[in-house]
Design a protein around this ligand. Structure first.
Ligand SMILES: Cc1ncc(C[n+]2csc(CCOP(=O)(O)OP(=O)(O)O)c2C)c(N)n1
Length: 629
């Protein structure tokens, strides 16, 4: 077994070129076997097996830096850089991360998870090498969909003017995002692969020649110019990169010499190099090749059988409920528009696209654009609904402030994955949106306790005259029946879900269930009478109810699936302070630190003092300290 003998890229370099294809086979089997046991990203990693081998074979890693865009395709790289044994711990608590992390290995040159950062980061490294007089190369490996992110082009634009920059950009073109790739760049790449662009231009020139023979010389020059401008290399060359490709990314005999070539050019100071590599998502595992979307990020499965549907369908997820509501509403309202930045499946828009193809927009991995595009739609009287993960909305903060809120435009934001994305970890948890949204004037922000209330909130938001934000977590909702017709909620009005006296818990979203558990225990164990409020509105908060309850109780507790820093509990504190109310507040939420990955929410809750027992202990301690005085 060759793979067993590879602990570092130095071991890999001892192999002859002829031995590499066999290694690729082993590595591919290992990736499949390993991911089928742990769950994780599969199709993309099957597609980068040869590329990872060739990169570590040719480049002088870790001195040369490899930055994996998104990083979901970095498992073969992890395996080749000493982490093969640890792959069984992938995405589990204290185990390997699902993305590159600087703290995990010296070979992980840059931490990723959110897309389109690799060229900027690698360019920064390349400029630093030059400034420090180091002879190293920085490599960005970026997918064709990650390339649709604006940042990638901002970096290309900046990098292209440095004629001696030791930067290599590798475009890993598999014609797929999570779902099928979209946009004009995708069309350009497709035409470029088929060679259509240049031949179309040449045809145009031939007709110029036949009409005006004296212009032959000019036309020849035009042809040369056209080759540079619109031949397959165009867009990247025009940015100032040396373009190579497209080459077969599964052919090590093509990859190795090509990478040797671009590395030499980069290190010799011949400027930024761009290599266009064509790969196949799911390569080598038939089921994933046939359905790369299903195998993008599967849970554990048996590779012989493939991913199976669960025999008993679990409760609907919040995502599904949102998707169904959107279709229902779209039937009733022709102005409704659905927008996703490249997350059709994850955001529940598959059915909406089928039913309303003309009102569905996958804008690519382009969160900023998605939000401002929605703003433009809203200006013209359309009713845009932006379906976006809480974590990715971070990318669009200025558009929210500057384009949406400042102009008070009626756009509904459906923020999925608010709370933990446990296996993905710190890059993907949606733990900051309350803090970053609640300071924005004029917005309405909500979180439902169950799926029926989600529909009410969606309905409420759609009827607003300004922006509405609804956050909900990943996974199954609580199983509440959804009424036939959603109702409009009174803005800023909370719901008392349990009466009480000594303590009132204001629990957001899924924390209502936790609050009930805590209240039961507190009443049983300590005889404390605990009331529970479902705030519904994060902004504006039901001040009247809050102040009334604060005045009549010994302790207020806030519970949120969010960081405590600047979160919902903080806004409760501010309101009490501003109203000279000194009732203490126990804020329960995630601590002021980046929360790591783990195989389940409960493991991470336990690790951070947020298990049901720990919550009860916190509350009872605080309460008894207060009442003892
Ligand atoms: C800013 C941001 N938005 C969305 C995502 C979710 N996401 C992860 S991978 C992916 C598709 C990436 O496609 P591509 O770059 O072509 O790589 P491939 O999966 O095809 O190998 C998306 C949309 C993300 N990671 N970051």
């Amino acid at each position: 077994m060759t793979l067993d003998s590879i602990h570092t890229p130095a071991d890999l370099k001892k192999l002859s070129r002829d031995e590499l294809p066999a290694l690729a086979d082993e590595l591919r089997h290992f990736v499949l076997d390993s991911v089928s046991k742990t769950g994780g990203h599969l199709s993309s990693n099957l597609g980068t097996v040869e590329l990872s081998i060739a990169l570590h074979y040719v480049f002088d890693t870790p001195a040369d830096r490899i930055v994996w865009d998104v990083g979901h395709q970095s498992y073969p790289h992890k395996i080749l850089t000493g982490r093969r044994e640890q792959m069984k711990t992938l995405r589990q608590f204290d185990g390997l991360a699902g993305f590159p992390r600087r703290s995990e290995s010296e070979y992980d040159a840059f931490g990723t998870g959110h897309s389109s950062t690799s060229i900027s980061a690698a360019m920064g490294m390349a400029r630093a090498f030059q400034t420090l007089g180091e002879h190293q190369v920085a490599v960005a490996v970026i997918g064709d969909s990650a390339m649709t992110g604006g940042m990638a082009f901002e970096a290309m634009n900046n990098a292209g003017v440095y004629d001696d920059l030791p930067l290599v950009v590798i475009l890993n073109d598999n014609d797929m995002s999570i779902s099928p790739a979209v946009g004009a760049l995708n069309r350009h790449l497709a035409r470029l692969l088929s060679g259509n662009i240049y031949s179309a231009t040449k045809k145009g020139i031939d007709s110029v020649l036949s009409i005006a023979p004296p212009l032959r010389e000019f036309a020849k020059r035009l042809e040369d110019h056209a080759k540079g401008m619109v031949s397959p290399s165009t867009i990247f060359q025009e940015f100032g990169f040396n373009y190579f490709g497209p080459i077969d990314g599964h052919d090590l005999d093509a990859l190795v010499p090509m990478l040797q070539n671009v590395r030499r050019l980069a290190i010799e100071g011949r400027g930024p190099q761009f290599l266009h590599v064509v790969t196949r998502k799911g390569q080598g595992y038939e089921l994933a090749e046939a359905d790369p979307v299903l195998y993008h990020g599967p849970s554990k499965f048996n590779p012989d059988e493939g991913v199976q549907k669960p025999s008993t369908p679990p409760n609907k997820t919040f995502t599904q409920v949102f998707g169904e509501w959107l279709c229902d509403m779209a039937h009733a309202d022709p102005l409704l528009i659905g927008i996703t930045p490249a997350m059709r499946e994850g955001s529940g828009l598959v059915e909406f696209e089928k039913q309303f193809p003309n009102r569905y927009y996958d804008v690519g991995i382009a969160e900023q654009h998605a939000v401002t595009f929605a703003a433009g739609m809203a200006c013209e009287g359309m009713k845009p609904v932006v379906a976006i993960y809480s974590t990715f909305l971070q990318r669009a903060y200025d558009p929210i402030v500057h384009d949406i809120a400042l102009q008070n435009l009626p756009v509904t934001f459906c923020m999925d994955r608010a709370g933990l994305s446990p296996n993905d970890g710190a890059t993907h948890h949606g733990l900051f949106d309350i803090s970053y949204l609640r300071c924005v004037p004029g917005i309405v922000a909500m979180q439902p306790k169950d799926e029926d209330e989600l529909c009410d909130m969606l309905h409420t938001s759609l009827a607003l005259n300004g922006p509405g934000f609804i956050r909900y977590p990943r996974g199954a909702a609580v199983g509440t029946a959804i009424k036939q017709t959603p109702k409009k909620l009174e803005i800023g009005k909370a719901e008392i879900v349990k009466d009480g006296k000594e303590i009132f818990i204001w629990a957001l979203g899924p924390m209502v269930e936790e609050a009930f558990k805590a209240a039961n225990l507190l009443e049983k164990q300590f005889g404390i009478l605990v009331g529970i409020v479902n705030p519904r509105f994060i902004k504006p908060i039901d001040k009247a109810l809050l102040l009334t309850q604060a005045a009549s109780s010994a302790l207020l507790v806030t519970m949120e699936d969010h960081v405590v820093t600047g979160g919902f509990g903080s806004s409760v504190l501010e309101i009490l302070q501003d109203n000279n109310c000194s009732t203490p507040v126990e804020r329960i939420g995630w601590p002021d630190q980046f929360v790591e990955h783990g195989s389940s929410v409960s493991i991470l809750r336990k690790a951070h003092g947020l298990s049901s027992e720990a919550i009860v202990e916190k509350i009872s301690k605080r309460f008894s300290a207060l009442t003892r005085k």
